[in-house]
Design a protein around this ligand. Structure first.
Ligand code: B3K
Ligand code: ZN
Length: 878
């Protein structure tokens, strides 16, 4: 498969001033008339015009109103005889496409009778021939024509300027986007939809119409999305001075969507998962997800849309920055110091459990990649989450106000342009000329060019006589594909010292900027050996290697002023015990000791700590995270060890779990705020633990209580927590509860996704999960072609249930390869995501390793794989 390289970037030979699109919408055959005004780019030597197209039927090409000669070369339409000179000319292209047959969900497609589009990254070429690249920005006007009864609502980007009836029961609408945009931000929607509407006046006095479009019947689930949108608009103005630049801003929800949502200018299209919520159907996690994704897409309006990417290698320019913005937004919305820390811990957990493995595996790539075979494979946790950390470090290095100044300069310089990651970092640095970022900019930018997770080595030395503590910080970074050796990064390390009683030593807190391979930090006037708290708030995306004693970790867990490092100390204590048990030759037995259990009890009982924070501390590191710490991975052993740890926590703290469960019962109206959601989370964990403990001793009290709670729950969070307590503990009450759950939520697609996911993700007891997953694939509610449903069953099994997936008989891997091939035949993007489930196969112990390799090879052996899956499996086998 051909590879696209960053170094091959060349400016476009033609520029598009304006695009006038006219659609005659019909599921079987939609006709698209595309009238463009183009000019030659004076900065580029004359060459033929090459337009991208895919799965289109070309009917006619006119240049300045006259028939013109053209060639089709591969997927491109090539026009050689075009007017010379710099004068604009008109190009008219008439094509048809078949939206109802579009199973890839890229370009124009039909979902439940409604037309939707998805153009990023390269879907616009499936709608019409075009210069499908983000650095070609044009003005758009769009006319939509369709049957009025079947498609009463006709939407596109910008403002509605005209609408009316046509013959034969058809009607039309005409939209004009006042802003220039790259074609990946084009969108249209046509169908039977209803909208929640809200008029707002912004800080600067502008009036705007906000609309959230959903299917009839779903309006009662749109309040939270609308509130999140209003909060996002207010936040971007308050924090960054960035106003809404449109009269109308629309969000439309669809059930068939390859990812979370899409930031099309003025017409965001969302997966229903990130729009629809009411207390009966959505959990606290769903509410939080909606707030952050609505924020994310809205924030793209400036970071992505007003200033876009020069080429797709710069994807993190908009994605890393916009994730950073949505994380900051959620933190600001959370309010309290503790709730902010909880959000930070959750974000770091995602980074470490998903991005660190990516950075250590065959798909490792820099935040700004150098090459790709398929751009859709590069919408990764590295581009998004690590990219966000790279922006966060810039803020750390210039301060919060300095960062806001940098953003202002970025927009002054680049509004309306398609730019690079370099341009962004340069603006932040230039706005803060005296900062460490400005001083170290070229070196700092290695975060964009070098892949791999750096190790931060720390060791302390206390000189009692000199009353001096010396902390030595060092760094290294492992090789990644194509990058055998790495140069030193710029690593901001926030740290402080605690005394033996756990009190912060005055004046010790600081942010050290590590830019050498090794550096020392000296603290004078220290009376006794201190306990260092290093990498507070996770100030850089690195792996901290520091030989702290258990005693030091226990001190940090009990006393650190930095909540992140308090949590981290607890994780390290648990991880240490998990690794010891995994690596021991003995049978798995009670990996936890009294010191750890007492510390956990103290956290659980601490009156001053928030429930949400307690729930995070009391949750053990995941199996995937444990696996990453090992050179050779036996997933079954890890699973057994973690289960044994959970059971021990359940038993040893039983009285405390009872107390926690009872102290966190709320009966008022459901509110998804951080305090109440934290209380539900802790009560849910407690109930899980109590049912787990009951499994051993056969006491039916807690499973009975869980069933009761499942039945009476006033909201979906409590209901699903109770159900998962039953399922997770293998209770006999689980099956009837699952049946009842299904009956209660028959028509609720998003709830049925939970029902499938819960079963596919349940602990494996004697190899029962794979047969269950296969059986559930035959369920009348299972639809492989619906990405949410495929994810809920198949991804939950292959990607999120290692104990059930990694089977000694290799049946999990066989199932995986069959599904990858099956899905690839109709939706390569979704298939390529699934294909990544075995990324880390080289770390597996035998017999898993050989079996996994064989399964990947089986996929690779198929002749007509998509580019997407081909790239993933080729890299995996390399
Ligand atoms: N920009 C889109 C992602 C498009 C993915 C295309 N394969 C959503 C987002 O990041 O906001
Ligand atoms: Zn994004």
């Amino acid at each position: 498969t051909p590879v696209v390289k960053r170094e091959d970037y060349a400016a476009p030979a033609f520029l598009v001033d304006s695009v006038d699109l006219c659609f005659d919408l019909d599921p079987a055959k939609t006709r698209v008339l595309n009238k463009m005004r183009l000019r030659r780019n004076p900065a580029v030597a004359a060459q033929p015009l090459r337009l991208d197209g895919e799965d289109l039927n070309l009917a006619r090409v006119l240049v300045n109103g006259e028939g013109s000669s053209f060639k089709l070369e591969g997927k491109q339409l090539v026009l050689e005889k075009l007017p010379e000179g710099e004068e604009p000319f008109e190009l008219e292209i008439f094509t048809t496409c078949a939206p109802a047959k579009n199973s890839k969900l890229m370009g124009l497609y039909v979902s439940q009778g409604t037309f939707f589009t998805q153009c990023e990254a390269e879907g616009f070429r499936r709608i019409t021939y075009f210069l499908d690249r983000p650095d070609v920005m044009a003005s758009y006007q769009v006319t939509l024509r369709a049957d009025k009864a079947a498609y009463p609502v006709l939407l596109s980007n910008g403002n509605l300027v005209e609408q009316g009836d046509l013959d034969d029961g058809r009607h039309y609408a005409r939209w004009v986007d006042p802003h220039k945009k790259p074609c990946y931000l084009f969108a249209l929607v046509a169908g039977q939809l209803v909208a929640r509407e809200q008029r707002i006046r912004s800080r600067s006095g502008g009036e705007h119409l906000l609309q959230v479009y959903v299917r009839p019947g779903d309006l009662d689930k749109t309040e939270h999305a609308m509130n999140s949108l209003m909060a996002s608009i207010a936040w971007d103005e308050a924090r960054f001075g960035l106003p809404l630049d449109l009269e109308r801003f629309m969000i439309v929800a669809t059930s068939d969507f390859n990812m979370g949502a899409m930031e099309n200018k003025g017409l965001n299209i969302f997966n229903t998962k990130y729009v629809l919520a009411n207390p009966a159907t959505a959990t606290d996690a769903d509410y939080a997800g909606i707030e952050s994704v609505v924020g994310h897409e809205y924030f793209h309006n400036w970071t992505g849309n007003r200033v876009t990417c020069r080429d797709w290698f710069q994807l993190s320019l908009k994605e890393g920055l916009t994730v950073f913005r949505d994380q900051e937004f959620s933190m600001d919305m959370a309010g309290s110091v503790s709730a902010r820390a909880v959000k930070r811990i959750e974000d770091v957990r995602v980074l470490r459990s998903a991005q660190f493995p990516e950075d250590a595996g065959p798909m490792a790539h820099p935040v700004r990649p150098d090459q790709y075979a398929e751009i859709n494979n590069f919408y990764t946790v590295t581009i998004y989450e690590k990219g966000s950390e790279v922006v966060r470090m810039q803020q750390t290095l210039v301060g919060r106000e300095g960062f806001a100044r940098g953003m202002k300069l970025y927009f002054e310089r680049h509004d309306g342009q398609a730019v690079t990651c370099d341009d962004f970092a340069q603006a932040i640095a230039d706005a803060n000329p005296d900062s460490e970022l400005a001083r170290l900019l070229p070196q700092f930018k290695r975060w964009y060019s070098q892949a791999g997770t750096p190790r931060l080595h720390a060791s302390g030395y206390f000189d009692a006589e000199a009353r001096r503590y010396t902390l030595t910080l060092g760094q290294s970074c492992p090789a990644t594909p194509g990058q055998p050796s790495k140069k030193a990064f710029v690593i901001p390390v926030a740290l402080g010292l605690l005394d033996a009683q756990g009190r912060e030593i005055e004046g010790s807190a600081r942010t050290v900027v590590l830019s050498e391979t090794s550096q020392t930090v000296v603290f004078e006037g220290i009376d006794a050996a201190p306990v260092p708290s290093i990498l507070r708030g996770f100030s850089a995306p690195v792996i901290l290697e520091h030989d702290s004693s258990d005693a030091e970790l226990l001190t940090l867990l009990a006393h650190d002023s930095d909540p992140f490092n308090r949590w981290e100390a607890g994780q390290r204590l648990a991880l240490r015990r998990a690794l010891a048990a995994v690596q021991s030759a003995d049978a798995v037995h009670q990996p936890l000791d009294a010191a750890y259990l007492d510390a956990m009890r103290a956290i659980l009982r601490a009156p001053e700590l928030d429930a949400a924070f307690k729930e995070l501390v009391l949750t053990l590191p995941g199996e995937g995270y444990i696996a990453e710490q090992l050179d050779e991975v036996d997933p079954q052993r890890i699973h057994a060890v973690r289960e044994a740890m959970r059971e021990q926590l359940a038993h040893a703290l039983q009285e405390d779990w009872i107390q926690a469960f009872e102290a966190h019962q709320d009966n008022g109206a459901f509110r998804p705020d951080p305090v109440s959601s934290g209380r539900r989370a802790l009560a849910g964990l407690a109930l899980n633990m109590l049912c787990l403990a009951a499994r051993e001793n056969g006491n039916p009290v807690w499973p009975g209580k869980a069933l009761q709670r499942f039945k009476d729950a006033g909201n979906m969070t409590d209901r699903v927590n109770a159900l998962s307590a039953l399922v997770g503990s293998g209770s006999a009450l689980a099956q009837p509860a699952l049946e009842r759950f299904h009956a209660l939520f028959k028509g609720e697609e998003l709830v049925l996704d939970k029902w499938f996911a819960l079963q596919a993700g349940a602990p494996d007891r004697g190899g029962n999960i794979l047969p269950l997953v296969k059986q559930l694939m035959q369920h009348p509610d299972f639809h492989l072609r619906n990405p949410n449903r495929a994810r809920s069953l198949i991804f939950s099994y292959c990607n999120a249930n290692p104990g059930a997936f990694h089977r000694v008989d290799a049946a999990g891997y066989r199932f995986w390869s069959e599904r990858v091939l099956e899905i690839d035949a109709f939706n390569p993007q979704v298939a390529a995501r699934l294909a990544r489930a075995l990324d880390r196969w080289k770390k597996l112990a035998e017999p898993y390793r050989s079996a996994a390799r064989e399964a990947i090879a089986r996929v690779a052996a198929k002749a007509d794989l998509s580019n997407d899956v081909r790239e993933v499996v080729t890299r995996a086998l390399a």
